[in-house]
Ligand binder design. Sequence first.
Ligand code: PMP
Length: 388
Amino acid sequence: MNIEDLYLINSFYKLPVKIECGKGPYVYDINGEKYLDFMCGYGVALLGHGHPAIIDAIKSQIEKIITVHSSLYSKVREEFLGTLFNILPSYLNKCFLTNSGSEAIELAFKLVRKFTKKRGIISMLNSYHGKTMGALSLTGKEKYRKAFEPLVPGVKYAEYGNVEDLKNKIDNEVGGVILEPIQGEAGVIIPKEDYLKAVREICDDKNLLLILDEIQTGLGRTGSMFYFEQKYIEPDILCIGKGLAGGLPVGCVITRKEIANSMNIGEHTSTFSASPLVCAVAKKVLEEIHNNKIYLNAKYIGEKFINILNEFCKYNIINEIRGIGLMIAIEFKIDIRNLLLRLLRNHMLTCYTSPNIIRFLPPLNISEKEIKEAYEKIEKTLENYGSN
Ligand code: PMP
């Protein structure tokens, strides 16, 4: 038996491959076999593996210092904040760094309660916000929540994309609305054109905070630094994470001063928050994506990739191909676990999302050559489907 299977709590659906190293959009297993990585740690390796700027940032920071508690000041932390707030619109002017996306959601939840003094929050059905108790309470999938109830009270779930349902769920106890601007884990569900704008208007009208969970859509993934920019809406609280620190554990909650200032000293702290190492890398990642406009590559290559993937609609096991930027899914009419294994055999890694959806979260800096390679691997997998 594999040692991981023996000792790790049985928690992940695992693919039978042991990865040793990675370079760009490829990873290599212990036998030196090369795989095209369109999983990227579920969207973490935004710049691919072993990016020289990230390696440099890590190396030079570890030689200086790795830990500086947030009760002390740090030069590199200050530099990171300068870069972050230079990129963000000016009304977003306060942040807190966490150690994961789920933890960012926890704080966003606390901010809603603290600022609005209301206990209620509306989340969306089928949403994914993480699996710590607060984040899990907001996650709109009963299968994840059921066994751990009672969870945080006050959460209601509205149908994603349905403005009327959202309106109907609002009462005097509700202080905020949380949603993913595109639902990721649900299988890249893109709401109708005006939905996010309508949600913003409802929040304005009813005096509710709008929390956008851009943990998956943010940092260039959808063809702009943040997806909310494409929809011309302003979140009150923005959560990001995933590849912000080049693969080091991180999340970040960004908000407005008046909301942030509702928290008192000591009400939300964390030992590892904004460590110099995370800050040094996050600064580099932001600079790479923003200054080199890597998000435009995600838009350009994403459109090309979706176009060529559309050719696969000729296979009658496929329902739909959809995506924005490099957040792309193929929805099948069949259970895809077998296909994932076949893709692996054809040396390609992808994300498992739900029983019938394959998701691609490749590096944002991939080239046309690599999407062609992906196309060929998927083609080979689909062609042979049904045979052994
Ligand atoms: N929100 C969204 C939209 C996510 O995609 C994820 C992770 N897949 C999370 C929250 C939770 O982040 P983490 O796994 O880092 O806790």
